[in-house]
Design a protein around this ligand. Structure first.
Ligand code: SF4
Length: 352
């Protein structure tokens, strides 16, 4: 047996003993694999499981999803983050209905042309759902391979990236390619983790260059990320006694989700200056509270300010007054959690 086959068979035996029991495992269903893989991008498995179950209870098939509306899809995605994933999923489902009669194609090149499906997801769907021997290379897999094969150059460089892609292609076996890809993903998520890996539990330690050299914690080599940009906002939670003011975002970040009125502010701006900007004659009712939300390349530092205005005030275009029930029905991003809690508290107090 050559070294590559020894590695893949060691990984598969480990997978047979230690595979995580996950709701999307053990089924050959391309739609379910697609949903799980999209939800798992940048998101922990434990977080994904309840979202996955709720999503499939509402949209049990690809055609059900294609017939769904965006507001409902976003509501089911609420709190999971990276909302463009949800919008692209819906767009992709409609594309599959139109171009492939509702069945995801087997060919990874065709899969990669569907909205929201990149090379990694195409490889995952083709191998897991259709047993096609193609790799699925994400950050976890790159980490494992860069350690096992001792790739000590910047893996963002195209030459190094293509080295890892070629290794991945050679390693994926003809037999059980889907299980093999899931085995590497599991290994990267539970054993060969970022920072100091758990080499004592690893089925690949006999083959691993970084283990032998003792520098696994330094790999893969990724140049420092650029610093996150910080934006300061005042988030106005404005009530008229029965309702609160919200706005559906049209910006590309969090597009389609609902937020409270927000004003980007310099450190010199005060709450009363903000109120004037809204032309609402609103009065602060409590001190503001601070909230922080970290996006991939961006941090929002927010002062959430509760305000009271007279009932029946006209609002700028794009804004809407909503009751507590409507507030519960709309999809808000996690960045608005503190403001949402404040709004519900204010409305509850008004009811008492
Ligand atoms: S031996 Fe350690 S570094 Fe190498 S693949 Fe296993 S966990 Fe990762």
């Amino acid at each position: 047996m050559n070294r590559y086959r020894e590695i893949s068979s060691a990984l598969l035996s480990w997978y047979d003993r230690c595979a995580r029991d996950l709701p999307w495992r053990g089924i050959h269903d391309a739609y379910r694999t697609w949903i799980s893989e999209i939800m798992l991008q940048q998101t922990r498995v434990d977080t994904v499981i309840p979202y996955y179950k709720r999503f499939l209870a509402r949209f049990p098939s690809l055609t059900d999803l294609a017939a769904g509306d965006e507001a409902e899809v976003l509501k089911l995605w609420e709190g999971l983050g990276y909302y463009s994933r949800a919008r692209n999923l819906l767009k992709g489902a409609r594309q599959v209905v139109e171009e492939y009669s509702g069945k995801l194609p087997k060919d990874p090149r065709l899969l990669a042309k569907i909205s929201g499906i990149g090379p990694y997801t195409a490889g995952a769907i083709a191998s897991i759902a259709y047993d096609i021997p193609v790799p699925a290379v994400d950050g976890n897999v790159q980490r494992v391979y860069s350690r096992v094969f001792g790739v000590r150059e910047n893996i963002r460089l195209p030459a190094e990236r293509s080295k890892l892609d070629k290794l991945a292609e050679v390693l994926v076996p003809q037999d059980r390619p889907g299980d093999y890809n899931q085995a590497v993903m599991d290994l990267g998520a539970t054993v060969c983790i970022p920072g100091t890996p758990n080499c004592d539990q690893c089925p690949l330690s006999d083959f691993c260059n970084a283990f032998e050299r003792g520098d696994a914690a330094d790999l893969p080599l990724i140049p420092g990320k650029p610093a996150s940009r910080i934006i300061r906002w005042t988030v106005a939670v404005i009530t008229d006694g029965k309702r609160t003011l919200v706005r559906q975002r049209t910006e590309s970040l969090l597009q389609g989700l609902w937020c409270f009125p927000m004003l980007e502010c310099s450190s010199e701006e005060t709450p009363s200056m903000l109120v004037r900007k809204f032309h609402l004659a609103a009065e602060p009712i409590r001190n503001s509270i601070h909230a922080r939300h970290v996006f991939t390349h961006l941090v929002w530092e927010m002062d959430v300010l509760p305000l009271r205005t007279a009932a029946g005030k006209k609002v700028p275009a794009g804004y809407r007054w909503v009751s507590t029930d409507e507030l519960n029905a709309l999809a808000f991003p996690a960045a608005m959690n503190a403001a949402l809690r404040t709004a519900k508290e204010l409305l509850r107090e008004e009811e008492l």
